[in-house]
Write a protein that binds this ligand. Sequence first.
Ligand SMILES: [Zn+2]
Length: 246
Amino acid sequence: MRECYYLRLDDACPTWHRERWLRVLDLLSDRGVIPLIAVVPDNRDPDLVHQKPDPGFWDQVKTWQGAGWVLGLHGYQHRLQKRPRGLVPRNAYGEWAGEDPEHQRETMRRAWALVRQQGWLPSWWVAPAHNMDRGTLQALESETSIRNISDGWTRRPYRRWGFVWLPQQLGQPRRMGGGFWTICLHPNMMSGDDFDRLKTWLKKRPPLGQWNEVLAAAHDYGFEDGIMHGIWALRHRVTSALKAVL
Ligand SMILES: [Zn+2]
């Protein structure tokens, strides 16, 4: 299987850490990387307040869109609370999983109306804290035009439940061997060391995936994907439990 990497940048919103974001974006565009930018339409999470609201933020989003960059809907308000782990069982908290499907549809309707009012058009779903369930997918399907999801622990993109899934496995840039790998970064929180690590990784010219190749590369979800998902889920459970104990 070929090896290729995608970059995803989470938590863009008007109270972003603008300097850090622009530093990452400059670094990526210098190397010809087009990231998926996950934008929160109505942030209410105090952890994402790094600066006073940037009055130019939504124009910035539209500029990215105009330049052909890839935008993701990162939930609605990023209010994280205790929840069932959902389809990608990373966290027992989030914004969506476990909520009544009708309520999820209503929330999605509000999110989508706001997005349209703000004048941008996301084509990917990026669930805050990876937290979502089948009700969230139904809400996406009925209330939005989004049919792509950035999440999951497989090695390759797949089709499942009416969506194309590009797996998102890594939290730091590193080489993994054959597979489609998405590295998720949080520019608001990036330290000098994180920038250096990204810079060094990019200098070695890792093979980059193209966004328009994902659909063609997607297979129907199968046995191999289920095994990969199971192994990563188990590993995640064990490392989380160890972290809690140590
Ligand atoms: Zn987030």
